[in-house]
Design a protein around this ligand. Sequence first.
Ligand SMILES: Cc1cc2nc3c(=O)[nH]c(=O)nc-3n(C[C@H](O)[C@H](O)[C@H](O)COP(=O)(O)OP(=O)(O)OC[C@H]3O[C@@H](n4cnc5c(N)ncnc54)[C@H](O)[C@@H]3O)c2cc1C
Length: 541
Amino acid sequence: MRTEADWDYIVVGAGSAGCIIAARLSEDPAVRVLLIEAGGNDRTPIIAMPGALPFAYQNKRIQWGYQSGPEPHLDGKTIDEKAGRALGGTSSINAMIFNRGNPMDYDGWAADGLIDWDYAHCLPYFKKMETFAGGADAWRGGNGPLRISRAEAKHKFYDAFLHAVEQAGHPITPDHNGYQQEGGHVAQSFIHGGVRWSAARAYVRPAAGRSNLAVLTRKLVTKIVIENSAAVGVEVAGSGVIRCAREVILSAGVANSPKLLMLSGVGPAGELRRHGIAVLADVPEVGRNLQNHPGVDVQFSSAHEDSLTAELGISGRARLGVEWALRRRGLGTTNFFETGAFLRTRDDVTFPNVQFEFLPLTRQVRGHKLVPVPGFQFWMDLSRPMSRGTVSLRSADPTAAPSIVFNHLAERQDVIDLIAAIRLARTLVAQPAWAPYLRTELAPGVDATSDRDLEAFLRRATGTSYHGCGTCRMGTDGGAVVDAEAKVNSVERLRVVDASIIPKVVTANLNAPIMMMAEKIADRIAGRSPLEPSTAQYYHA
Ligand SMILES: Cc1cc2nc3c(=O)[nH]c(=O)nc-3n(C[C@H](O)[C@H](O)[C@H](O)COP(=O)(O)OP(=O)(O)OC[C@H]3O[C@@H](n4cnc5c(N)ncnc54)[C@H](O)[C@@H]3O)c2cc1C
């Protein structure tokens, strides 16, 4: 029987990245791995059933309940900033949309000095991690733990969406995670057999029988223990110090990884001293460089009988639950995001600078309540916004929520691009494909026509895509928090592997990119040879 004090690696946080690091390192039976998670297990239908998605991300028992803001450029508002707190982390509560990003995102990282993070070096890891329902090819994997499906997109609004994209002069791409990202697409998702395919389900469950891997749940790590400038273990609330022989890998997510570094004395010296924390390493960029995809819902009404809302009344929802529970069929098996698009609002960008996630239903606040309204909506967000924010400590109490301020719309270009995106959405909806269904525009509303009207709407309505990243930036320059192998520059035997190391946000929802990074770094930690770079080509506008 092994004691908890006797590990080679300690991984903090069983989220999208942490589950992969722990599972891949423990493939070597000679290596002892401890995975520590603040939340509990993930065995609940709220997590497993894709159609229960709103219940998953709103359930306070399986998420951290953080808020961002006050946002100085969004009329001072605060926004619920969800993050999973259960096995699987945020991959257990997210919307399950599978997008890798644009190859040019990774080539951009390489141009900034991270030479083996170009697309050619990342693609083999994207392939390694997945089994794609559409089959393996030069871009797609056929043998990985993550099961990725392609949506059926049966509802007539999905058809209208894709036809309208085409009628407006944009391409339709057969695989936006393959050769060509740009254009309209049928969505792909982390769903298989009607069930959410989280990092926990894909990686930790199959490894659960290994005697060299232990998973501790409901344990809050309060500090990294650092001696002589090297991490030697972690402090856990109620359990004291747990030590490890090789490395601590911090995978606590975009807010909690910088928070834990700062609580451990690694961060901006002034901020640490303000909270009475002894400074072990003055690293000014810990918690800085916070990025996200700011976006808005553009909503339209339709006849009740046309919208999917008609199928989601009380009896429809009851049927959905029963069909899913008994046969893993029906609307319970979908996340409802079954089509989307990556488009450009201007010709001077080489990558699609806006993403559209289409829903064949919509909701609006009426009399303080969010109610379903017959219609459809686009969630539109900026792929690579310019604005940057900060995660900082509110106090030295490890149970206190960190302060998260995105500074959305601080940069003028972000406002200009989102205004253009709203106009682009209107162009799509003006196409003949929508004529049989469209009644009116609900938001921003037909009266909002000038740039000034639309900017006022944006400052009121802009929200989060929940794609926070960048707070422990990876880079090769002196300011970077971690190096190209995710090692913390100022502390030995300590790495950060999660959303926080993304240097520049990519043109995608972040779950797949983070998982790819975890797969790639796991090879480096284990001392395995990196996978051979790919020679697969990709589309340039
Ligand atoms: C509502 C929502 C919808 C989203 N939809 C999508 C989508 O459809 N597609 C997509 O690609 N991306 C989506 N995302 C984003 C994506 O899921 C996240 O970016 C990604 O899961 C983050 O992975 P991570 O490894 O960085 O952190 P996480 O997965 O959040 O993992 C961090 C883990 O560390 C644990 N932890 C934190 N602090 C401690 C501590 N002190 N001690 C012990 N454990 C700790 C947490 O409980 C958590 O389990 C969504 C996010 C949200 C919130």
